[in-house]
Design a binder for this molecule. Structure first.
Ligand SMILES: [Fe+2]
Ligand SMILES: [Fe+2]
Length: 333
């Protein structure tokens, strides 16, 4: 009995110690991860900041008492953005028969959210346009996937009546920003990820975690946080591969995850990609309870395909004058 008591006592102590060790281990692991992340962010410090007018546009567009005039005042200071907005408003995507000649009218037609999206997306595209052979990240394929994911997110936002469709589009366009940022600004490190993936196979995201200790989504979220982008978009980017980890913007995160999944699923069905994408079925708990997943996915894919068809011109506008070849790809996850 005394032995048993002693044993129990010892066991308690061990258990208690185990708890402390585990906590220490977890804290060390988290601290290590944070340190590696901070180190990489320092490495990518040369990523230019977003142009200041982008921040102003985001601020005005998100202020419920702002008027179209407030937005025009900022936009008209940037001729390239002015031209892009006019092109977007006149594109078939919006289907207006009469020519839209002023920024004020374009802003009304596009809506604040879309103006914000165009400004943001075109800045990002400019930031990460060059090709990086070492990491084999093709910018055309990369932005093609990003834009498709944006369209899918908008389709899903409409389907699930998510009120801020523009926000979903933005989250879609930015979802893999961490990958392109790593590939361009921390190329030697990311090259190790690519080499590991080539050698071991499996999913690229697993290779990232193996080599870096975190994935491109977490890195992207970190970057957007640094750029002070809206928390909901930051969260959607950060958890687009682990949607159930989101704490606040759960619906937007689920939409972004599903949008990314749909893009890859469509590519697999068209035999453009071979790697089966991964769906976290927890998103159905957030978006809708589905009895027949296959049927639901087919309905969503059909709606996405229809929106994709209408978006080709819009893609060209965001890509800039020199691009615009319609292409299908599967470069990113
Ligand atoms: Fe991703
Ligand atoms: Fe992706």
């Amino acid at each position: 009995m005394r032995n048993a008591l002693r044993c129990t006592f010892k066991g308690c102590r061990l258990l208690k110690n185990y708890g402390v060790w585990r906590e220490k281990l977890f804290m060390t692991e988290t601290a290590d991860k944070q340190a590696r992340l901070a180190e990489l962010v320092a490495k990518v410090a040369e990523i230019p900041p977003l142009p200041s007018f982008i921040g102003q546009i985001l601020k005005v567009a998100e202020n419920p008492i702002s008027s179209a005039e407030d937005l025009n005042e900022i936009i008209s200071r940037d001729p390239a953005l002015t031209a892009q907005l006019l092109k977007a408003a006149n594109s078939a995507f919006y289907g207006f028969p009469n020519k839209i000649g002023t920024v004020s009218l374009a802003t009304i037609i596009l809506g604040f959210n879309m103006v914000k999206t165009i400004a943001l997306s075109s800045s990002m595209i400019k930031l990460f346009k060059k090709t990086d052979k070492a990491t084999q990240l093709d910018p055309v394929q990369f932005w093609d996937h990003s834009l498709k994911c944006a369209v899918a997110a908008k389709t899903l936002a409409g389907h699930y009546k998510y009120v801020v469709g523009g926000e979903a589009f933005t989250a879609g366009i930015l979802h893999d920003i961490g990958r392109v940022a790593l590939a361009h600004y921390a190329a030697p490190t990311y090259e190790r990820v690519t080499a590991y993936h080539r050698e071991k196979g499996g999913y690229q995201i697993d290779a990232e975690v193996e080599i870096l200790g975190f994935n491109h989504a977490e890195f992207g979220g970190y970057l957007l946080k640094k750029w002070s982008l809206p928390p909901s978009i930051t969260e959607a980017v950060m958890w687009h591969h682990q949607p159930l980890k989101a704490e606040n913007a759960r619906e937007l995160v689920a939409l972004t995850h599903l949008a990314n999944y749909l893009c890859h699923l469509a590519a697999v069905r068209k035999k453009v990609e071979t790697e089966e994408p991964v769906l976290d079925r927890g998103v159905w708990e957030i978006l809708e309870r589905t009895e027949d997943e296959e049927k639901t996915l087919n309905v969503l894919l059909e709606a996405f395909d229809a929106d994709l068809g209408k978006s080709q011109e819009f893609f060209r506008i965001l890509h800039g004058e020199q691009e615009g070849k319609p292409h299908v790809s599967g470069a990113s996850k």
